[in-house]
Design a protein around this ligand. Structure first.
Ligand code: CA
Length: 229
């Protein structure tokens, strides 16, 4: 069952959306406050997020921006004001879709299904489900831990391999350096986020055609890295 988070402060609207989605077989969680909703969303256990723009404490624009820095989950923004749509587009917040209120619940359900299906195709293409990852000339064979760049093997150290695998298994997700360090090296090992920088540099020298213009691992300034798709 797919889990949907609705962040909406108008209770009647939130409940209508929930009832419709539940009757179509979705599990739905409601949050009325922006700050709590953001926190819930960042836990990462939802398949899709329906996000109102005007919310108490933290508004939908900020929530969308923060979710997008960390997660690849589809976001459908909902607003009462038509002019917000231009703002959503203009800010490049990374929302997948937007609807203006009032809308029919059946249209909401249709869009939710469409985005879930699109997202599933995307993640299947980048094959979290099979043993191999293939993205633009780069392939990772998880069983043999071999990495090929345009059919030429790239010899990586074990940490370089783990770093690449983690990033490439979550295409477009931004990882903070600290998180990469914790996940690959573990909290008790010596070193810090700078270790990650050094390894990313070596990894780029091995997999990028031009390490100064990386095609695979992108630096998100002030945050960390992501694997571009
Ligand atoms: Ca609202």
């Amino acid at each position: 069952m797919k889990n949907i988070l609705i962040i909406e402060d108008e209770k009647a609207i939130a409940e209508l959306e929930r009832d419709y989605l539940e009757s179509h077989g979705f599990a739905v969680h409601l949050e009325g406050r922006g700050d709590v909703g953001l926190q819930k969303a960042l836990e990462g256990s939802y398949d899709l997020i329906i996000l109102d723009v005007m919310l108490p404490r933290v508004d939908g624009f900020e929530i969308c921006r923060e979710i997008r820095q960390k997660l690849n989950v589809p976001i459908l923004m909902v607003t009462a004001k038509k002019e917000d749509i231009d703002k959503i587009r203009g800010l490049g917040l990374g929302a997948d879709d937007y609807m203006t209120k009032p809308f029919s619940p059946s249209e909401l359900v249709a869009r939710v299904k469409a985005h879930l299906a699109r997202f599933e195709r995307l993640t299947m293409n980048h094959s979290e489900r099979s043993d191999d990852i293939r993205i633009r000339g780069l392939s990772i064979d998880k069983l043999s831990r071999r990495v090929m760049i345009h059919d030429k093997e790239s010899l990586l150290t074990s940490k370089e391999y783990e770093l690449l695998l983690l990033l490439a298994s979550h295409p477009n997700r931004v990882f903070e350096k600290e998180e990469l360090f914790e996940r690959i090296w573990g909290l008790d090992s010596n070193g810090d986020a700078a270790t990650v920088t050094v390894h990313i540099r070596r990894l780029r020298e091995k997999i990028e055609h031009d390490p100064s213009k990386p095609q695979y691992i992108e630096t998100i300034w002030g945050v960390g890295y992501r694997f571009k798709v």
